[in-house]
Design a protein around this ligand. Structure first.
Ligand SMILES: Cc1cc2nc3c(=O)[nH]c(=O)nc-3n(C[C@H](O)[C@H](O)[C@H](O)COP(=O)(O)O)c2cc1C
Ligand code: SF4
Ligand code: SF4
Length: 260
């Protein structure tokens, strides 16, 4: 009998949403796909034994918002089977393992892990910026990998990216420990250039953490930023930055995926 899946994801700039949707649609086009910030996420998750769970890698870890979500609702995962699907701009040793270990702690069975390289969403760093052609190539390669994974899954085998003990060691010693001190206070570092901001409120509406407050035409961060880059990539005035000082080229997955 074929497995029925539902898909739950977190996506700052659309890469993970695109990859998870593509994967799920190829497996079962009727499967529900919900974001972790959607009100319906719990009722959807409750109704399915098999879950595809997607998120982007941030500094070689699952985003804080994702880790908090899994642990806060730990009862929900008991007895579920989870495939962790992780998008990344470069490389991650154990991107899938980061959430897989939490799910296991909560009593879930981990079906597998899938790592997908996608364009980098950090759009205020010159170093990470790639050409449009290169971004299209990266997305096409991710699509190919998704199709191969779907064939594998339909034959009863799940990919195992990022789940081995070696992957864990690579993620921890090669990446996370190195990043840890450098990025500890990043969530406090969101900068809004008041000279550029026109007070449109777009960033306030789309922030999944409700981290932004618009008062008397001025936007202020409340210190809860999970660094998803959604507001940074969608501000019409390019007034918001985090890692860098200037927007190099805002990134939204749909600008590419709509043209595929
Ligand atoms: C704050 C931040 C940190 C990131 N850290 C990493 C990283 O450590 N390794 C990596 O390969 N990509 C990293 N990326 C890139 C994203 O994982 C990648 O672009 C992802 O596909 C974005 O997915 P989304 O569009 O669903 O948010 C980072 C992105 C952000 C915003
Ligand atoms: S989206 Fe940009 S311009 Fe609009 S309120 Fe936010 S920071 Fe200001
Ligand atoms: S403030 Fe911006 S970058 Fe931070 S969580 Fe909200 S939308 Fe994401």
């Amino acid at each position: 009998m074929e497995r029925k899946f539902c898909a739950i994801y977190f996506s700052g700039t659309g890469n993970t949403k695109f990859c998870v949707s593509r994967l799920v649609n190829l497996l079962d086009e009727c499967a529900p796909i919900v974001a972790i910030e959607d009100d319906s996420v719990f009722s959807v998750a409750e109704g399915y034994k098999n879950i595809i769970f997607g998120y982007p890698v941030q500094f070689s870890n699952a985003p804080k918002m994702v880790r908090d979500f899994i642990l806060e609702y730990k009862e929900l995962w008991r007895g579920k089977s989870v495939l962790c699907v992780v998008t990344m701009g470069a490389f991650s040793g154990d991107g899938a393992g980061c959430a897989a270990r939490l799910f296991k702690k909560c009593g879930a069975h981990v079906l597998g892990g899938l790592h997908l390289k996608m364009p980098d969403s950090v759009c205020d760093s010159k170093l990470l910026k790639k050409s449009e052609e290169e971004n299209f190539r990266i997305i096409r390669r991710a699509e190919d990998k998704i199709e191969r994974a779907v064939l594998q899954i339909k034959n009863g085998k799940f990919p195992r990216d990022g789940l081995s003990i070696f992957a864990h060691a690579a993620g921890l010693f090669g990446q996370r420990l190195w990043f840890y001190n450098k990025t500890k206070h990043y969530s406090q570092k969101l900068k809004i250039d008041r000279a550029l901001c026109v007070g449109c409120g777009n960033c306030v509406r789309i922030c999944p953490m409700k981290n932004l407050l618009l008062k008397d035409g001025v936007v202020s961060p409340l210190g809860k930023c999970t660094m998803c880059y959604r507001c940074i990539s969608l501000c019409p005035k390019k007034a918001i930055t985090l890692v860098g000082k200037r927007i190099v080229g805002q990134y939204r997955a749909e600008d590419y995926t709509d043209k595929l």
